[in-house]
Write a protein that binds this ligand. Sequence first.
Ligand SMILES: [Zn+2]
Length: 300
Amino acid sequence: MRFSSLLAAGAALSAALLSTVAASPTVMSTIPDHISENVRRELSTLPADQYTIHERDIGHQHKKRAQINGVQNECRGDRCLSITFDDGPYIYSQKLVDTLGNAGNQKATFFVNGNNYRCIYDDASVRALRYAYERGHEICSHTWSHPNIANLNNQQLDRQVQLVEDALWKILGVVPACFRAPFGSIRADQVRYLNDRWGVVVVGWNRDTNDANGAGTQAGLNLYRNLRAPTKAIVLNHETVPGTPNTVIPQAVNIVRQNGYVGSRTTASTLFYNPYKVTGRYGNRDGSWTCAGKPAPGGV
Ligand SMILES: [Zn+2]
């Protein structure tokens, strides 16, 4: 009895494997070229039912899929608020996710680096990213190594974008369609280039807790206390400054609700864009999951 059901399970498995093999991979030339070359190559080897390529510009508040160009410093919609965290993944990511989730299921946007405070391929970084992603937070690119990109040429900028796309594809099975420049420093021609060449929405902010500039937790808390609906707010925070996850955000998530917001929502949902160019499956660690041979923090 047990044996025959094992056989039946085996037959079902073989059928499933056969049908997977039979599903034809996508032809590389049909995969949009604003996706990293490495990801495109990998997609071309996968059965088409294992990933989804999302429309480039879905902003339903915009004219006919018009691209969202320029730097987006202010969210759209009624009483919108997006709390954003730069420079992770880091040791406080999970704490932030729990804090937001426990305060009315609020959602944040994490602008992450490949190699800044920590290597994105470290086990702890992978766990942190998956923890946030699985709970509905948005993961965007903040460059690979956090250089001042205004000093880079397009080829160097390409590498900063492509390395993060490759990493997030491996780790989360997504390619982000959102980007924030380190220090908010970016040339106008680079904004256009990121929009056109890479199809990403460039997100800025209109409220800065100045946590990265040493402003302290009282300044951060005062910013949130003075922020009242219907003021539209994209708030810059850094998940790497201990006072932010430990003191400011645990209170801020309650303050914003007292001040008339439903709570923080992702920038994709307050700016009306699709956060990912591609969504698929988590990858498995292999020798390519390393920061070795790639730009060191601050480098290019
Ligand atoms: Zn940064």
